[in-house]
Design a protein around this ligand. Structure first.
Ligand code: ZN
Ligand code: ZN
Length: 271
């Protein structure tokens, strides 16, 4: 079985979650970690996981792109929700830093980045308090300021392990994640796209016990379905690409990444 370690099932793009589940299981993806990202989807993410406990384990956080839309009071609400639901959460996520998109209208870049960092620190502190790991997002247009800022915050919370989701960094960055943060990296359908040789190189090189696979669905549908609505089942194509890059079988990739996901997200009860 393959586990999709990062998707967004509370997205309004999904009309029939039972169908998504059926189609995912048919592709060999039997479980997924669904990320709440904003006040509007926290309760729904928890409810969907309650409805389909065999298929969904939830995470909650504020996504960096949502930091201006999430008030201080809502941030407190999220922390309370996480404390109340601690035993059913896989991790705190999706949180992180995003320097790719511009600040929303009426907000300057400095204020925007400062609020992202404040929220990320709060999320790390919450993860430490609850004994959970972190599903971490970093994205930037060029350079590595976003990665470095997130890395520096993570360094202040030893014991909380981050997974750098949708990893597109270098070997050197990956090594620092493994050695200095005891962290993981995970790959999306991006590794199936053309012109992503740099991240394919990291996927072929990194230790198998440090990586997981994901879709980030409904986004980032892999080849050969690029541009379509993505579903967790398509983690299979990410696993197939990883297998071909490493010269091993897809079963070997599934076995390793699923074992990693079980440890990282505390999923021992899954068959
Ligand atoms: Zn993300
Ligand atoms: Zn995401």
């Amino acid at each position: 079985m393959i586990i999709d370690t990062h998707c967004h099932l509370a997205s309004p793009k999904y009309e029939d979650l039972e169908e998504v589940r059926r189609n995912s299981i048919a592709l060999g993806v039997g479980h997924c970690i669904s990320q709440g990202t904003a006040p509007s989807d926290w309760e729904l993410t928890l409810e969907q996981a309650r409805q389909m406990p065999d298929f969904i384990t939830p995470c909650l956080a504020t996504h960096p792109s949502e930091c201006m839309a999430c008030s201080d009071e809502q941030l407190l609400q999220m922390e309370t929700l996480c404390r109340q639901n601690r035993d059913s959460l896989a991790a705190i996520g999706e949180t992180g830093l995003d320097y790719y998109w511009d600040a929303p209208d009426g907000c300057d870049t400095e204020t925007y980045y400062a609020r992202q960092k404040m929220m990320l620190e709060r999320h790390f502190a919450l993860a430490r308090e609850l004994g959970l790991n972190i599903s971490l997002h970093t994205r930037e247009r060029k350079g590595c300021a976003c990665f470095e800022d997130a890395f520096a915050i993570a360094r202040n919370f030893p014991g909380v392990r981050p997974v750098f989701h949708c990893f597109i960094g270098s070997r050197e960055q990956a090594s620092r994640v493994f050695e200095q943060l005891d962290g993981m990296i995970s790959f999306t359908g991006l590794i199936t796209f053309r012109k992503t040789e740099a991240v394919q190189d990291v996927a072929a090189w990194a230790p198998l016990d440090r990586m997981m696979v994901e879709t980030d669905s409904p986004f980032l549908s892999p080849e050969p379905m690029r541009g379509q609505l993505n579903i967790p089942g398509r983690t299979r194509y990410v696993a197939e690409k990883l297998a071909s890059l490493r010269g091993i079988t897809v079963d070997e990739v599934a076995e390793a990444t699923t074992a990693n996901a079980r440890r990282f997200f505390r999923l021992p009860s899954l068959a």
